[in-house]
Write a protein that binds this ligand. Structure first.
Ligand code: HEC
Ligand code: HEC
Length: 334
């Protein structure tokens, strides 16, 4: 009997996890918050600068954290930030394009949200100047959460728990500015570093295997990866055309859509390289399934187009070099 009870319990759980929406598409349940309590906000080797911007109070971070998992910030209470930025996937998504309300696909691949504290010009084309500006966009976007800021504020102000949490965090009622600050404060507290690569660079040479070390030399040498992927998050936070945006002879505008400059065509913001083993598929459109595919893409010199970055050219790498470079990238996720 007890076993039967356990089985029906599991089925009930499954029903809750796999509710089919009106259009028949099976929707994932919003992931629950399984992050450590409290979050580990210690200074981490290799990303010390990120600790300097993580200055919000514990109450502000805790409020932002609750809001991040809150599906009632979407129009039909089905989608939260965590639906597309899944904690177990380094706050990225395993779909090339994520699903917003009514199963609408997003324009781009959802990136990891680790180490965003130092980023300016967020989003793949740099449309959002600050984290505070960025975090409100999905709540407004009719294809993502679609609730709008006035309705979001009405919801939190009318909910006793949230209203109290705003008082605790900010000493007053919910406002647009405080909503943005709470969510951005939570994101600034999501820092990841202290990988074997950081420890190797700090002098602990036994942290990387001979293959991973060989991969590091290629990364910094013949591969030229560091020219765009450098800094605490292995990104220069700038925009480059690698040719990924070229599909069937047509180049996506990318950064040019924001600046209006033709020479910015096909440019996208350099993504960070930490936690890649959790964040596949890769690139702004999620068009690469594996790290081997990504490295092969660079080996062949990207995709030729009128505005291809001069830093992208065919690389002379052996198959073993490719394997070592992949091993190095994987070590950044350990
Ligand atoms: C429906 C899926 C979806 C939801 C819901 C969603 N996001 Fe995103 N998020 C994305 C996608 C896709 C991108 C990349 C979009 C782009 O670059 O234009 C993104 C980008 C971001 C970025 C920029 C990251 C970078 O590296 O530039 C931040 C920060 C972010 N989201 C935070 C949030 C927060 C906070 C919420 C909840 C208020 C949220 N997202 C809800 C899909 C989603
Ligand atoms: C000219 C600058 C530049 C150079 C050089 C460069 N990258 Fe990139 N990298 C980018 C940009 C920009 C993207 C995003 C492209 C897009 O989606 O359109 C990217 C994307 C990636 C991604 C996908 C990450 C993700 O989360 O989607 C990986 C992995 C990567 N690069 C690794 C490397 C490696 C390894 C090298 C060296 C062989 C390298 N890059 C050289 C600029 C560069």
């Amino acid at each position: 009997m007890r076993e039967l009870g356990a089985i029906s319990g599991a089925c009930m759980l499954l029903v809750a996890l796999c509710a089919a929406s009106d259009d028949g598409v099976v929707r994932r349940a919003v992931p629950s918050d399984s992050l450590p309590v409290p979050l580990d906000r210690s200074v981490k080797l290799g990303a010390e600068e990120l600790a300097e911007v993580d200055t919000a109070s514990p109450e502000q971070v805790a409020l932002g954290r609750r809001l991040f998992f809150e599906a009632r910030l979407s129009k039909d209470a089905s989608v939260a930030c965590a639906s597309c930025h899944q904690p177990v996937l380094a706050f990225a998504d395993d779909r090339a394009l994520s699903l917003g309300i009514d199963s609408q696909a997003t324009r781009f691949n959802a990136p990891s949200l680790f180490n965003k504290g130092l980023s300016e010009n967020l989003l793949w084309d740099g449309r959002a100047a600050t984290l505070e500006a960025q975090v409100l966009l999905p709540i407004e976007n009719p294809a993502e959460m679609g609730l709008g800021i006035p309705a979001a504020l009405k919801f939190v102000a009318g909910n006793r728990d949230y209203a109290q949490a705003f008082v605790d965090a900010f000493g007053g009622r919910p406002t647009e500015e405080r909503l943005a600050k709470a969510l951005a404060s939570f994101l600034r507290a999501l820092v990841i570093a202290d990988s074997p690569v950081d420890r190797f660079r700090a002098g602990e040479v036994s942290e990387l295997s001979p293959e991973e070390q060989a991969g590091l030399w290629i990364y910094e040498g013949r591969g030229g990866c560091w020219r765009c992927h450098h800094g605490p998050n292995f990104s220069d936070e700038a925009f480059h055309n690698t040719g990924v945006g070229l599909e069937d002879g047509v180049l996506r505008p990318g950064r040019a859509e924001v600046t209006g400059e033709l020479t910015d065509s096909g440019k996208f913001r350099t993504p960070g390289l930490r936690m890649l083993t959790k964040t596949a598929p890769y690139m702004h459109d999620g068009s690469f399934e594996t790290l081997e595919e990504v490295v092969e893409f660079y080996r062949s010199g990207g995709r030729s187009n009128a505005y291809l970055s001069e830093k992208i050219r065919p690389l002379e790498l052996s198959d073993r070099d490719v394997a070592n470079l992949v091993a190095f990238l994987q070590a950044l996720s350990r």
